[in-house]
Design a protein around this ligand. Structure first.
Ligand code: G6P
Length: 608
């Protein structure tokens, strides 16, 4: 989603801002722009489309400006064109503002400002804020921003500069992440650490309704109610290497291939094999709550929601605790029944998805304990949870989530073990779970070695416009995830269904043009699925089957068989999802799609 970077220092700002924007590309955007403070005032360049077009528009601009802000926009109000791109200016061209989020009361503010004779040139909510700051400006930029923010409703991460205040930048946050980077004689303001990591590891995360002002080379933090706040400086520990492609043509492929390592990272140090136990340091303060918990409610969106569904199968089956998995966007607007013995558990790669964050807050307001399963260290959900588990997948750059999903499922398996052993699971079963989990990375590696075979299958079906994915039991969510991966990155219509539901509708679609992907490892409901395969076969449908190495029955029915190693039923999603990720990836590449930044999608959805 939208990205912000601001720079104030002694070096030329332009290359730093452009590099920062490129690091933010992965979040998804549709236009980009930059504002530099020059001796003549503010120089603003904006362009629709990719950052490469902005670079073209900048031509051989070698501005010596050492101060500026830049933005990648993901359209919410007004189409993605040059006018609606950020930075936005006030009427005099003196205030420049970049903004992530949505100003919800922009219509009433706009009417008010229009009544004062102010003219608008874009359809955006952001332009309203630029004019409002200008309207409130009486010579002090920080005060003007502060006063304006008390008048807006909605979400924002902003960076503001003013032509009359060289070297002064004001940033603020409400519901949209902002981080301050502290370098040697330079300061950064960004919506994402990735944008500034090449320059500094010392950061401060702003909390909601906080602002920061850079002035005279120093920074100062306060609330928008003007109360001083002391913020802790944190050190980022991950490397720039982990956000570069490392020889792979796409981040998504790199991340798919990282999974043997990321899955191992998710369980490293958390399993006690001899005793068949799990320990999760981030939950040490919550053990009493977990011992008494009556119900878990997973709150998530997209791929993380699919991980939650797998968690539901695991935890109900093995730890015998009732679990609900809720779309965060729905949960936050209903009136769910919660109690202090309910744990509302947010699952989020980014830790910034606004629906998930708000659902967690709603859960907490209704008296539930609030915990998180998060990838991004220091993210808002991580900070607002009462405890939780990091999945340690490292930065995930490809918009379509892959390694975060398998790391989430791994953590949910560890959680199942932890909760199960509190509630009667035998140490023998616990040990078996530990051993099976430890064996997963090698098995994932073996599946990755089948990449060529999966690409060949992709070549057969790259021209098809509809796919059906079917699975049962714990592999039903994997069917959903396989279909989601395909539609996200290749724009092919794909639906995931519980296999037995096929006959209640989707079967009407099946003919020789409709490939059906069956996710059917041995165990559980495998034998039942054979019947569903027969039904597809009888209607001329094409079958791609993800099955175990010695499953002769399914292989006999399938047009294409992807044979994966065996594991226990409840861990099988960690294996079955890998060929589906690769299949989606290759189909997208063959169709010429932009795999890492699919159209209309954003990595982290920070608006409703
Ligand atoms: C966006 C991303 C998905 C992701 C979802 C939830 O839609 O494109 O890949 O699954 O948000 O994100 P989260 O960061 O909360 O897991």
């Amino acid at each position: 989603m939208c990205g912000i970077i601001g720079y104030l220092g002694e070096r030329p700002a332009l290359p730093i801002l452009m590099e920062g924007l490129k690091r933010l590309e992965y979040r998804g955007y549709d236009s980009a722009g930059i504002a530099l403070q020059t001796l003549q005032g503010l120089e603003v360049v904006k362009e629709k489309g990719k950052i490469a077009f902005l670079e073209e528009a900048l031509g051989d601009n070698h501005s010596a400006a050492t101060f500026g802000i830049a933005h990648t926009r993901w359209a919410t109000h007004g189409p993605p064109n040059r006018e609606n791109a950020h930075p936005h200016l006030d009427g005099s061209g003196e205030v420049a503002l970049v903004h992530n989020g949505i100003i919800e009361n922009f219509n009433s503010l706009k009417r008010f400002l229009e009544d004062q004779g102010i003219e608008f040139v874009t359809e955006t909510d952001t332009e309203v804020l630029a004019h409002l700051i200008s309207f409130n400006y009486k010579g002090d930029l920080e005060e003007a921003v502060q006063r304006s923010l008390t008048q807006v409703e909605g979400t924002y991460g902003i960076a503001v500069i003013h032509a009359a205040h060289p070297g002064e930048m004001v940033g603020a946050r409400n519901g949209s992440p902002m981080v301050v980077g502290i370098g040697e004689k330079e300061l950064f303001l960004a919506s994402d650490v990735a944008a500034i990591l090449a320059h500094t590891r010392q950061v401060i995360y702003l909390d909601d309704r906080e602002m920061v002002t850079f002035k005279n080379g120093e920074f100062n933090t306060k609330t928008i109610q003007n109360e001083e706040v002391d913020k802790e400086i944190q050190r980022i520990t991950w490397n720039l290497d982990s956000i570069e492609k490392g020889g792979y043509p796409h981040f998504m492929l790199k991340e798919i291939f990282e999974q043997p390592t990321t899955i191992a990272n998710a369980f490293r140090g958390r399993l006690i094999e001899d005793e068949g136990l799990a320990k999760l340091g981030g939950l040490s303060e919550n053990m009493e709550d977990l011992q008494q918990v009556e119900r878990l409610v997973f709150l998530a969106c997209g791929t993380s929601w699919h991980a939650g569904l797998i968690g539901e199968y695991m935890i109900e089956e093995l730890a015998r605790i009732p679990v609900e998995v809720e779309y965060a966007s729905e949960f936050r607007y209903r009136n769910p029944v919660l109690s202090p013995r309910t744990v509302a558990w947010a699952i989020s790669q980014s830790g910034e998805t606004v629906d998930t964050l708000e659902a967690l807050r709603e859960g907490q307001r209704k008296g539930a304990r609030a915990l998180g399963i998060v990838n991004s260290v220091g993210s808002t959900i991580a900070r607002e949870s009462e405890g939780g588990v990091y999945i340690h997948a490292g930065p995930e750059i490809g918009v379509a989530s892959t390694k975060a999903f398998t790391s989430q499922v791994t953590v949910l398996a560890i959680l199942t073990l932890l909760l199960g052993r509190m509630r009667g699971m035998s140490s023998r079963l616990g040990k078996k779970m530990v051993q099976e989990l430890q064996a997963i990375p090698d098995k994932v590696q073996r599946i990755l070695e089948m990449d060529d075979q999966i690409r060949e299958i992709a070549e057969v079906y790259a021209g098809v416009d509809n796919f059906l994915y079917l699975g049962r039991g714990i592999n039903y969510p994997v069917a959903l995830e396989g279909a989601l991966k395909l539609k996200e990155i290749s724009y092919v219509h794909a639906e995931g269904y519980p296999a037995a539901e096929m006959k209640h509708g989707p079967i009407a679609l099946i003919d020789e043009n409709m490939p059906v992907v069956f996710v059917s490892p041995l165990g559980g409901t495998n034998r039942k699925i054979l019947g569903n395969m027969e039904e597809v076969k009888a209607r001329g449908g094409k079958i791609i089957a993800v099955v175990n190495e010695d499953d002769v029955n399914a292989s006999a029915l399938a047009d294409h068989t992807i044979r994966i190693p065996e594991t226990v039923d409840f861990l099988s999603p960690l294996l079955t999802v890998i060929p589906l990720q690769l299949l989606a990836y290759h189909i997208a590449v063959l169709r010429g799609c932009n795999v890492d930044q699919p159209r209309n999608l954003a990595k982290s959805v920070t608006v409703e």
